[in-house]
Design a protein around this ligand. Structure first.
Ligand code: UFG
Length: 324
């Protein structure tokens, strides 16, 4: 059985990935400092509490656990916060990743799956964003991720480290079991906030701007289920191992939904009233972000299985009975 170190395995996407790894016959070893993650999200898995920047500890883990590949999910991911506190982002999302990569090189661990983001592209210049789209991030968060993408190219050439760069669009939804799901503090993401308004935990959902050049004036995003992201990680890992190569993939559903459409869909799924209030635009929000994921479909055979109704239904199931 192959041992995969899952850095950030107690976080939102990582906790879904470890279950997919287990179901596929891998042994997922969770490495998390629990600064954002939840211990209970990794229940039933081998868990090592540690920091991404702790190279000494990582070297020990690589040797003791006989790790053959690393999936890296541990990152700060709030665009707004990254503008206010860039130092935190460059340290956590870029500088500390060097410790992890250097430990991998030293230990001879050759395969790395990296969580990147649509934020590396900045303002889109075309409707469907493919891997070749210019990468001009407009906020520190996107810049920290692009820096790692560039570092990985150089590490591949110099040290033979093979990586899969996976650029998520809007990760959403929760596992069908309802055992794990999205739990950020503070929560800033659209779907949990809409559902908390449906539950009456919030007065209303604020719509950030209604004068964008889109179908109904609100921002359009490409929402992709976390379990579909998790399955892409497995396929990407197998791909880079089989071909002993590096690869990058944009992961989305290739469908865009506006904020208003999301609220309407949530009203339909929950059967609840959801009050809205239109407020000013949020700084740094592009009008439209939709993926072209043909490369992942072709090379990996990856096709998302959850449509928007299922995404919201699983998120609703989680939000109603949240365990953490
Ligand atoms: N939105 C609202 N009201 C809210 C919250 C969000 O109208 O209360 C809108 C936003 O303006 C945006 C859409 O809903 O148009 C989605 O917002 P999210 O905050 O849920 O997600 P983002 O698209 O801003 O962020 C996602 C990831 C980030 C990543 C980014 C890349 O969550 O980690 O995509 O652009 F950096």
């Amino acid at each position: 059985m192959e041992n995969i170190l899952v850095v950030g395995g107690a976080g939102y996407i990582g906790s879904h990935a470890i279950r997919s790894l287990k179901a596929a016959g891998y042994n997922a070893v969770v490495y998390d400092n629990l600064s954002k993650g939840h211990g209970s999200a990794a229940k039933g898995f081998k868990f090592i509490k540690g920091d991404l920047g702790d190279k000494k500890k990582l070297l020990k883990v690589f040797a003791e656990q006989k790790i053959s590949a690393v999936m890296h999910f541990a990152a700060l991911a709030e665009v707004g916060q990254s503008v206010k506190e860039p130092a935190l982002y460059y340290k956590n999302n870029t500088a500390k990743v060097l410790s992890l990569l250097d430990a991998m090189v030293e230990a001879g661990v050759k395969y790395f799956v990296f969580s990147s983001t649509a934020a590396v592209f900045g303002e889109p210049i075309k409707k469907y964003i493919d891997e070749a789209h210019p990468k001009r991030p407009i906020n520190p968060y996107g810049k920290t991720k692009l820096m790692v993408e560039n570092i990985l190219q150089d590490y591949a050439l110099a040290y033979g480290l093979k990586s899969a760069v996976l650029r998520y669009f809007n990760a959403a939804g929760a596992d069908d079991t309802g055992d794990i799901g999205e739990a950020h503090t503070p929560e800033t993401h659209l779907i949990p906030l809409i559902l908390q308004a449906a539950l009456g935990k919030r007065e209303d959902i604020k719509i950030f701007g209604s004068n964008y050049k889109t179908k109904d004036g609100t921002c359009v995003r490409d929402y992709i289920h976390v379990n579909d992201l998790a399955s892409a990680h497995l396929l990407a890992l197998k791909y880079i191992q089989k071909h002993n190569t590096c690869a990058d993939f944009n992961l989305g559903s290739s469908k865009g939904f506006s904020v208003k459409e999301m609220i309407d869909c949530a009203r339909k799924i929950t059967g609840r009233k959801i009050k809205t209030q239109t407020v000013a635009r949020r700084a740094g929000d592009p009008a439209v972000l939709v993926a072209n994921s043909k490369k992942a479909a072709k090379a990996l055979g990856w096709t998302p299985k959850y449509n928007l109704d299922k995404i919201i239904a699983t998120a609703w199931n989680w939000e109603k009975h949240r365990k953490y």
